[in-house]
Design a binder for this molecule. Structure first.
Ligand SMILES: Nc1nc2c(c(=O)[nH]1)N[C@@H](CN(C=O)c1ccc(C(=O)N[C@@H](CCC(=O)O)C(=O)O)cc1)CN2
Ligand SMILES: NCC(=O)N[C@@H]1O[C@H](COP(=O)([O-])[O-])[C@@H](O)[C@H]1O
Length: 187
């Protein structure tokens, strides 16, 4: 059984889709939800599904062991970032080589890097009058949004789009593809 930890900072709609996809899966299980925001909606989703949660301490995460020992004791084999807004420390990346994946709400390498998350991404895409956007699923390395691209899917950017309407279209792509791409990666 491959044990997955999902890292998230927000509402958790992607986490919910991934949990649902792997519930009753013969070979893959979501065993932990890791979060850095005590009031994040993803923590309620974890509770709904009886999945243990870990609320990160900033000092230990960035200046300690990055929780590597805890994840190894819990037999976590694969890490999925789903709207996680802190930078993954090098120690955790080195402990999980090519086993940390992220979803970004744009077509990297454009619209990535520090500060490019959530609606900030969609605002930039709209401000630049792009006619298309999409999602990128990539391996995580030491630089924001720089790791090997595994999957991309595109959608239209409409002339009257707001960041919210574009986010909704992007979410539909994320919910359609992320869990299936994870399944291919871990199998
Ligand atoms: N080592 C890595 N860590 C993370 C990556 C990565 O590729 N390598 N991806 C991000 C996810 N992400 C985009 O997909 C992303 C998330 C957050 C930021 C950002 O600028 N964060 C702010 C802090 C925001 C907050 O604390 O609320 C910042 O660093 O100042 C950029 C990109 C996850 N980690
Ligand atoms: N750069 C990272 C980033 O912007 N990630 C984005 O955060 C959202 C989380 O939504 P969710 O909490 O509903 O899954 C998702 O759209 C994801 O692509």
């Amino acid at each position: 059984m491959t044990s997955i930890a999902i890292f998230a900072s927000g509402a958790g709609s992607n986490a919910r889709k991934i949990i649902e996809h792997f519930s009753h899966h013969p070979k893959v299980r979501v065993d932990l939800i890791v979060c850095n925001k005590p009031n994040a909606g993803v923590l309620n989703i974890a509770d709904e599904h009886g999945i243990p949660t870990l609320l990160l301490d900033k000092e230990q995460f960035f200046r300690g062991n990055a929780y590597v020992d805890e994840f190894k004791v819990d037999d976590i084999e694969f890490i999925v970032l789903a709207g996680f807004l802190w930078k993954i420390p090098d120690a955790l990346i080195h402990a999980y080589p090519e086993k940390i994946v992220n979803i970004h709400p744009a077509l990297l390498p454009k619209y990535g890097g520090k500060g490019m998350y959530g609606n900030f991404v969609h605002e930039a895409v709209i401000a630049n009058k792009e006619t298309e956007s999409g999602i990128t699923i990539h391996l995580v390395d030491e630089v924001y949004d720089h790791g090997k691209i595994i999957f991309q899917a595109k959608c239209e950017v409409k002339k009257d789009d707001t960041p919210e309407s574009l986010a909704q279209r992007i979410h539909e792509l994320e919910h359609k593809h992320y869990a299936k791409v994870i399944e291919q990666l871990v199998s």
